[in-house]
Design a binder for this molecule. Structure first.
Ligand code: NAD
Ligand code: G6P
Ligand code: MN
Length: 449
């Protein structure tokens, strides 16, 4: 069987050891000869690579491991690249969350103004990564991208590098399905779901087990408990934190109002924004929780391993790692497996623009994802998607044209932001905070407010 070289861009990510464990669990389907770790923060990555290498060595002595900050070394002749860059790291995530909150607007890393800010930081580094891969990697190399905000990144890539072999993915649908399967008492892979939307902005329309739609049963469960089981050990460990539990509970009020479809949990930010703000701690946001939790425990595990030679099993195989590896095996072996991924619309949903990057079921082949026809979507969902899409597309235009006005339009159209005045205040604060990352946005108007 063919063997593969795989590079992980953003090798210093907290997810790296877990993803590596998932890769090791699937070596029979995706035999690896080499894993290269690439990051712009060499010091951070080297610590994570200590843990990742220990995981690899539990399974194989032969897989070569390479830890580098040099793109040529990282990408020469690789078959696959996993991208998981957090541009600006948690320090900037914290500001993405806290600056909007200081204006009583949702503070979230991928939704609302925080997501737009993260998007403006990430598009050009993503394009740079694509260009490195184009220059050095094998011609048929696929980049499987988790880097957020995935929806905006997908639109930026579509616009700036339309021919790049990039498959944008998100683990939220599979994590949500993990909860559904726990509630229904079946395995996740027994579920066949229908779904449409943008990334972090979509709806499950059917949840089939053995040909029977179980959405009515889930609807009943959600109306009592939210999308949760009493025994939280049955859901994905990473989504069992207190803030994620709240998020899955918030599916209830949304489905009470709009029972037809089961929403992606991220819709809470657009449909319940004032409730989310009221229940946020403006001084201690999710970034703080992650820095004090996942990030700290990873580096602590590495420290202990270096001291004792014992690696604590802190890197559970969760849906995050399983999903990216499933998708990659399907790309590598041309399996045509059905997964929810981001694709260019092109008529899949005829009443949305052809050039929208939508998230829908697709068959994953060696030539990329082939979406399943979805058909027209209802007016309510279409209107919400059109507004969000316009916000995201305007943001990408703002960055490509260096336009302050388009950035302001993008912020103003975002449903989490109540007015153009609030949009401008938040945008101006974010420009200040992102000086080291954002391109210059030029004003085409003089200020009147
Ligand atoms: P992290 O900060 O722990 O790791 C990110 C790494 O990216 C850091 O080591 C950083 O130095 C590196 N990096 C930043 N800019 C880079 C660049 N230009 N080139 C190479 N490396 C760069 O973050 P994390 O919480 O582990 O998350 C990693 C990424 O995965 C984030 O973008 C996060 O939003 C994303 N993510 C996406 C999904 C999804 O569903 N799509 C799920 C989980 C995480
Ligand atoms: C979900 C989303 C990801 C996001 C992550 C954040 O899994 O699909 O896009 O990055 O949550 O999780 P965190 O634990 O970092 O808040
Ligand atoms: Mn996601």
């Amino acid at each position: 069987m063919k063997t593969y070289k795989l590079a992980i861009a953003g090798g210093g990510s907290t997810y790296t050891p877990g993803i590596v464990r998932s890769l090791m669990d699937r070596l029979e389907d995706l035999p690896l000869e080499e894993i290269r770790f690439y990051d712009i923060d060499g010091e951070r990555q080297s610590k994570v690579v200590v843990a990742a290498t220990a995981v690899i060595r539990e399974y194989s002595d032969s897989i070569k491991v390479l830890d580098t900050t040099d793109p040529e070394t990282a990408f020469t002749d690789v078959d696959f690249v996993f991208a998981q860059m957090r541009v600006g790291k948690y320090a900037m995530r914290e500001l993405d969350e806290k600056i909007p909150l200081s204006h009583d607007v949702v503070g979230q890393e991928t939704c609302g103004p925080g997501g737009l800010a993260y998007g403006l930081r990430t598009i050009f580094p993503m394009v740079e990564l694509i260009d490195f891969v184009e220059q050095y990697a094998k011609k048929d190399c696929w980049i499987v991208n988790y880097s957020n905000p995935a929806s905006i990144v997908a639109e930026g890539v579509r616009k700036l590098r339309p021919d790049a072999r990039v498959l944008n993915i998100c683990d939220m649908p599979v994590a949500t399905m993990r909860n559904m399967s726990a509630i229904l008492g079946v395995e996740r892979d027994e579920l066949k779901v229908d779904y449409f939307g943008l990334n972090h902005f979509g709806w499950f329309t059917r949840v089939e087990v053995d040909g029977v739609d179980r959405l009515p049963e889930l609807r009943k469960h959600v109306s009592e408990h939210g999308l949760l089981t009493e025994d939280v050990s049955k859901i994905d460990y990473r989504h069992a934190d207190a803030s994620w539990i709240k998020t899955f509970k918030n599916i209830k009020p949304i489905m009470d109002f709009f029972p037809d479809y089961l929403p992606n949990p991220y819709l809470q930010y657009y449909l319940l924004p004032e409730y989310i703000v009221e229940n946020s701690n403006k001084e201690y946001t999710r970034a703080n929780e992650v820095m004090d939790g996942r990030e700290k425990s990873l580096f602590e595990t590495v420290r202990k391993y270096e001291e004792t030679g014992v690696l604590e099993d802190a890197f559970h195989v969760g849906v995050h790692g399983i999903f990216i590896v499933d998708v990659t095996v399907s790309l590598a072996q041309n399996l045509g497996e059905r997964h929810l991924v981001m694709v260019e619309n092109n008529g899949t949903i005829p009443n949305l623009p052809a050039d929208a990057m939508i998230e829908v079921p697709a068959s994953i082949t060696s030539d990329g994802p082939v979406p399943e026809y979805v058909g027209e979507i209802p007016y309510f969902h279409k209107a919400m998607i059109d507004q969000q899409l316009a916000s995201e597309k305007l943001l990408v235009e703002a960055i490509t044209e260096g336009s302050y006005e388009k950035a302001l339009q993008a912020f103003t159209l975002n449903k989490t932001i109540p007015s153009a005045i609030v949009a401008k205040k938040i945008l101006d604060d974010l420009i200040e905070a992102n000086q080291a990352y954002w391109p210059t946005l030029n004003k085409s108007f003089s200020e009147g407010v």
